[in-house]
Design a protein around this ligand. Sequence first.
Ligand SMILES: Cc1cc2nc3c(=O)[nH]c(=O)nc-3n(C[C@H](O)[C@H](O)[C@H](O)COP(=O)(O)OP(=O)(O)OC[C@H]3O[C@@H](n4cnc5c(N)ncnc54)[C@H](O)[C@@H]3O)c2cc1C
Length: 481
Amino acid sequence: MSEKVIIIGAGLSGSLLAIYLAKRGIEADVYEARSDMRKAEVAAGRSINLALSDRGIAALREVGMDEYMLREAVPMRGRMIHATDGQTKLLPYSGRKGEYINSISRGGLNVALINEAEKHAGVRFYFNEKCVDFDCKSGEAIFQSGKTVKGDTLIATDGAGSAVRSAMLRGGVPRFDFAQTRLEHGYKELHIPPGANGEFQMEKNALHIWARGAFMMIALPNFDGSFTCTLFLAHAGENSFEQILSGNYISRGFTPTHADQNLENADRNLEKTTRNFDKNPRRSATESLLAFFQTNFPDAIRLMPSLTEDFFANPIGNLGTVKCFPWNVGGKSLLLGDSAHAVVPFYGQGMNASFEDCRILNQLIEQRGTDWEKVFDEFTISRKPNTDAIADMAEENFYEMRDAVADPVFQRKRELETRLEQTFPDYFSKYSMVTFREDLPYSIARRKGNAQDELLMEICAKVENVSEIDLTEVLEKTRSL
Ligand SMILES: Cc1cc2nc3c(=O)[nH]c(=O)nc-3n(C[C@H](O)[C@H](O)[C@H](O)COP(=O)(O)OP(=O)(O)OC[C@H]3O[C@@H](n4cnc5c(N)ncnc54)[C@H](O)[C@@H]3O)c2cc1C
């Protein structure tokens, strides 16, 4: 009789995992809290697109879905930096030609994975089934509907707020380590539509960044010519969501008449959106928002006719890191993906790391069979240092994107890294090691990458122009790190 695995969560990693298991002849029953996304509208505001890179692609390749998914993706070859005066500069992600990241639709990818999983006889999806508890002794999952289920084992891919992890924390696992850190910044998704003829209104093949020190906005291209922007702002204080929403952002030289279309749209929707802002006249919040954008993102606001509607309609998301240990209850259950290690999105690696989880778990099943306790123990021990490393790098990269990207020394360092990669095939920047080296564990990429970064920043601080630098000498120095 074949093994049966219960999977909690039909998100990105749960659906991919079901395919991996089915390919080994292991049955998978997947329970998902939300309704079937193929039939329902996806809630707005939750990272509509994602950066897919080599670690994620490696896993998709193993289940035969890489080419299909990449056909639906927009390559992003570098970061396009937008200065406040509207000047732009492209910093390539790598000096090598084939190394770029891909903007892909979260919904499209998830639906494709569910469809692919369902083609296998042993996979069944149960939607509108929210897991509310997990009995760490019996291995039974308990659902809001009153249903209880048990398989040969259970894998929790129920995301950053995992119900199974909560049961482990509530005492199901003695001495369970758990740490959650919240960033003082939240995020909101906004939109740049395609131009009148369906064209991209900014460079298509780039990840756009408006780095402004204490806050920033990014934009990723979508297949239909639009961009999804994500605004990262502190929840409270100077230049914050609270400051804008309370109508307290005032900018010198700004008058609402600049705000044209947006203010008209806001007025039209006044009735609909005032409800959330009873205490503060909606109009002053709109003026604050427009003043904030005119001051900080003047080139972007021109391309955002639905800014006010999107800003007031879309939720503010929280950002945080989750670390815990152990990830398994013997052979009864395992946490995988964000449920085990949620990271902030600044390295574009959360999904990629979760897909890598699936690939490595599959390798261990290949080696150890379905001795679940052995497989889960080994998985946890080998994966944990690496997911800790990407969690730390993702937080560090927030500061890099927010501040350093606009710093001339940092820009010279990126140029130097690009030249090194163009000249020496075996040189990899930290970004390349994380993003384009599926063969290199995250922990090694972090250790080597940080040492390299320090050295290159030091070198670039001493010169005005990168052409003054002897590349061979730098390469030699990086080899000894
Ligand atoms: C703003 C933002 C941008 C991001 N950008 C990137 C990026 O560019 N590149 C990248 O690699 N990663 C990115 N990420 C991270 C990425 O979204 C996650 O790492 C990835 O979604 C993790 O997949 P998962 O399957 O573990 O969890 P999720 O995708 O969160 O899936 C969890 C699933 O479980 C379901 N569920 C939850 N609770 C229950 C329950 N109790 N019972 C049953 N089902 C349940 C949920 O409905 C969901 O379907 C980003 C994240 C954010 C927030």
